[in-house]
Design a protein around this ligand. Structure first.
Ligand code: XMP
Length: 190
């Protein structure tokens, strides 16, 4: 199987987005953001842990080539519990470390699935008086959307199936896979 390191060969049914496609797309998204914020003196990237951590690191580095300068902030929220569907009930596990009033905020998301988490998060950030709030999401599942959320920058639209890898987990595993893929059904029965 191309693009799958040996360790995960037995668990992955199919690669949905390869590591190379992620790299190329991340660079494109960074160029778009750089062009749109060319007049800004800086942006504040807000990463939603843990799923977006790989994308945050790669996106921030790509933006570092094109500007504007970015500051990095991390939040952790919980919306899924143990299962694979969003509950819509969002809990803050880790809040922002500082004031975002007057800043151009860009939320860096791994995946927009139902949109419930992001919709909640955008309201939260706006309530903290950001100057502007936009979203860059590596993945989006158009067929899973339950609430409409404005996502200005999207890497890939994918089918409505549970994916792992590149930060995304199943039971805390597979985050370290360099690609995004679908697990074999038997993995869920273990
Ligand atoms: P929602 O449904 O609120 O998604 O847009 C919120 C968060 O849930 C995680 N998520 C996934 N994680 N595979 C995963 O490993 C998936 O297919 C998936 N869909 C959603 C993700 O952290 C997202 O930000």
């Amino acid at each position: 199987m191309a693009d799958v390191p040996g360790w995960y060969d037995n668990d992955i049914e199919r690669v949905v987005v390869s590591a190379e496609d992620i790299r190329t797309k991340t660079d494109e998204l960074a160029k778009q953001v750089a062009a749109d914020y060319s007049d800004a003196d800086g942006v504040l990237l807000v990463c939603v842990l843990k799923g977006a951590v790989m994308f945050m690191a790669d996106f921030a580095r790509a933006l570092g080539r094109y500007g504007p300068p970015a500051e990095l902030e991390f939040m952790a929220v919980s919306s899924y519990g143990q299962g694979t569907t969003s509950s819509g009930v969002v809990r803050i596990l880790k809040d922002l470390d500082r004031d975002i009033a007057g800043k151009h905020v860009i939320v860096v998301e791994d995946i927009v699935d139902s949109g419930l988490t992001l919709s909640w998060l955008l309201k939260y950030l706006e309530s903290r008086s950001a100057r502007s709030v936009e979203v860059v999401a590596l993945l989006r599942k158009p067929d899973a959307i339950k609430v409409s959320v404005p996502v200005k920058y999207v890497g890939f639209d994918i089918a409505n199936e549970f994916v792992v890898g590149y930060g995304l987990d199943y039971a805390e595993r597979y985050r370290d896979a360099p690609y995004v893929g679908v697990l074999k059904p038997e993995v869920y029965q273990r």
